[in-house]
Design a protein around this ligand. Structure first.
Ligand SMILES: Cc1cc2nc3c(=O)[nH]c(=O)nc-3n(C[C@H](O)[C@H](O)[C@H](O)COP(=O)(O)OP(=O)(O)OC[C@H]3O[C@@H](n4cnc5c(N)ncnc54)[C@H](O)[C@@H]3O)c2cc1C
Ligand code: FES
Length: 343
């Protein structure tokens, strides 16, 4: 199906496959259409229908609160074309940068699922073909019987890899997470679409790195740390990691973070528990602080924001609170704050 998009700066046209969501078709064609979550919650992919007919795949999508259906507005990530379409996107749209990884579909096998805590599980997706992605990106994953795609950040970083590592926090009654936690899924087939996301890190950045993660938000940070370590980035730049969890029961990857603590300062922020003495004994390279992760980061980072790029990920309230600190206290410019809201 032919789709014409009139953006503020120029027009684009591309084809969508039958049943393909308009956003994914555009991205697959190398057009950097606006999006954040790519899964119906943020409203960033809003477009206006000028001609043709679209079908909504998820009528209750939370992102619909940002669109006015009466004015012909809809979410490109949740709609498919029923006829050739002409759309208006009220943003500047550019082709995906040459050299960047253009998203596309892939299939693979779920391997080595393992519990990291009572409600966090890690697994690998072994792809049929190698894929490129940038550190800090995410993919959409679909499992048979679960329905729509869910967004999960890659935790590893490797060029041209067939293995993508993921971390999934269990969501009560969540379709994908309950499917994953409900039985041994080793060997299950998954569909993926990606890579996606602009919270990427490339060593050419040349700035100090501040990584603030709420809970499962540490997933993408591990990818950034892996990329930086590969390039010995922290031989030239400073780095700080703040990992927020409720209590030690919710903490994971502390051995792995201890390895990175040779290069960067890693602080674990406990929001609902005093720091137990055995934590500092068991992980002497890590710092432990009591408090919400954005408050702990704010205290520790005062006066250290010169030439810093910040990455933030996790539950939306934690991300919003951290962004407020980065804008109001740190006075970072918006291009130096990259975030993913795990909504
Ligand atoms: C960029 C990004 C990166 C993320 N990375 C991670 C990560 O690394 N680890 C992690 O644990 N979490 C991550 N999340 C959050 C994660 O995507 C959600 O927690 C996850 O979608 C929950 O899925 P669920 O099936 O368990 O819950 P559910 O409540 O069943 O599903 C929640 C999500 O699934 C989609 N969905 C549900 N029903 C429908 C429907 N009928 N049609 C279409 N879509 C539907 C929507 O996106 C909805 O928000 C990330 C989120 C984003 C946006
Ligand atoms: S990108 Fe479509 S709602 Fe977030």
């Amino acid at each position: 199906m032919r789709i014409q998009v009139n953006a503020r700066n120029r027009g684009y046209d591309f084809d969508a496959l039958p049943g393909e969501h308009i956003l994914y078709a555009g991205l697959r064609a190398g057009i950097d259409l606006p999006y954040e979550c790519a899964t119906g919650t943020c409203g960033t992919c809003k477009a206006k229908l000028l001609s043709g007919r679209v079908r909504e795949e998820w009528r209750e999508a939370p992102g619909k609160k940002y669109v006015r259906p009466a004015a012909g507005e809809f979410l490109m990530c949740q709609c498919v074309a029923e006829e050739p379409l002409t759309l208006e996107v009220s943003k500047f749209v550019y082709p995906i940068d040459t050299g960047a990884c253009v998203p596309r579909k892939a299939a693979g096998t779920l391997r080595a699922p393992r519990a990291l805590t009572h409600d966090v599980m890690a697994f690998a997706l072994e792809l049929e073909e190698p894929r490129e992605f940038d550190a800090g990106q995410f993919a959409l994953l679909g499992a048979s019987g679960v329905g729509a795609y869910r967004a999960y950040s890659m935790c590893n970083y490797e060029r041209g890899t067939r293995r993508l590592d993921f971390l999934v926090k269990r969501k009560p009654e969540g379709g994908f997470s309950e499917w994953l936690f409900g039985a041994n899924r080793d060997g299950a087939r998954l569909e993926a679409f990606g890579p996606l996301g602009k919270g990427t890190f490339d060593p050419a950045l040349g700035k100090h790195l501040l990584l603030i993660a709420g809970g499962s938000g540490i997933a993408g940070m591990r990818s950034i740390l892996a990329r930086a370590a590969r390039d010995r980035y922290f031989g030239r730049h400073r780095g700080w990691v703040f990992f927020g969890v409720r209590s030690m029961r919710d903490a994971f990857w502390l051995d792995e973070l201890s390895v990175h603590a040779a290069d960067v300062e890693v602080t674990v922020a406990l929001s609902e528990q005093e720091v137990p003495a055995e934590a500092t004994r068991q992980w002497p390279r890590l710092r432990f602080e009591r408090g919400l992760v954005h408050e702990v980061a704010k205290r520790a980072m005062a006066g250290k924001y010169h030439d810093v790029r910040a990455y933030v990920a996790g539950p939306p309230p934690a991300v919003d609170a951290a962004i407020r600190v980065l804008l109001l206290e740190a006075k970072l410019t918006t291009d130096n704050i990259r975030y993913d809201k795990y909504s």
